[in-house]
Design a protein around this ligand. Structure first.
Ligand code: ZN
Length: 261
């Protein structure tokens, strides 16, 4: 069965800005989904901020293997309920790929637990993306480096935890560098942050970028059954201990009690 992938798009710039609408007539989310669907191992659909529950009801997330997230202008409009729902699915094994300005998405900040801040400049400068983890599945088929003629600059320091793997580092014409491809494990979920993708440039039409995204979907996919009770914290009564034990000392809680959170 192909990897069931949902490309979540904020879909705000495409509706308000003529340049963005010109580069991505169907929206960035569909440009990404269409590219992914050229891979027979991937089945990609889209969801947007404007749909009920942002297009991510629990029933749909339960049938999503990998979720891709592009957000920028409306991070604050994403409901906290949907954020928690997404994060719990990631802990349970759903893959999560965050693109470009999703570094400040609620979902990313929640799974990173750090400020996720960076330096930036919008000057259409050249970005050179270097592969720093050779033979990493996300870099499969890529040259040692590739260029994007016009991109927004993101620079270090990038306020994220130390990653599992740094797959890419970007150099920018103005001199800054940035860790632009980072992998994490959160619970049973594989998480990948990929930097390129400023809305006014045709980045998601670039063949190398599309290859990274396809590779990333395959890498992020966890084929094991989703963990259903991922936040459960059950009390184990004395008489249920695996080895017989005798209760000692005073206690606060009753057997089987839910406990505090
Ligand atoms: Zn941008």
């Amino acid at each position: 069965m192909p990897i069931r992938t949902v490309v979540w798009g904020e879909n705000v710039h495409e509706q308000k800005n003529k340049v963005v609408a010109g580069v991505y007539p169907k929206g960035m989310h569909w440009a990404i989904a269409d590219a992914l669907n050229t891979d027979s191992g991937i089945s990609a659909s889209t969801a947007t901020l404007q749909e009920p529950e942002h297009g991510l009801p629990a029933s749909r997330l339960a049938e999503t293997d990998v979720l891709i997230w592009w957000g920028h202008a409306a991070h604050g409009e994403v409901s906290d309920e949907v954020v928690e729902r997404v994060v719990e699915q990631v802990w349970g094994g759903m893959g999560l790929i965050l693109l470009h300005s999703a570094h400040f998405a609620k979902v990313f900040k929640r799974v990173m637990g750090t400020p996720c801040n960076l330096t930036w400049r919008e000057a259409g400068e050249r970005e050179r993306v270097w592969v720093t983890s050779r033979n990493h599945p996300i870099a499969k088929g890529l040259p040692d480096h590739f260029e994007l003629e016009n991109e927004e600059m993101y620079g270090e320091p990038f306020g994220v935890p130390e990653p599992q793997d740094t797959v890419f580092i970007s150099w920018f014409q103005g001199g800054e560098v940035f860790r632009s491809g980072l992998t994490y494990k959160r619970g049973a979920g594989n998480v990948f942050y990929f930097r390129p993708g400023h809305e006014t440039y045709p980045t998601y039409h670039d063949a190398n970028v599309q290859l990274v995204l396809k590779n990333a979907v395959h890498w992020a996919h966890n084929p094991a059954a989703r963990i259903q009770d991922v936040t459960a914290a059950p009390n184990v009564p004395v008489d249920m201990a695996l080895e017989p034990i005798e209760e000692r000392g005073p206690r606060l809680h009753h057997d089987g009690e839910e406990g505090f959170r």
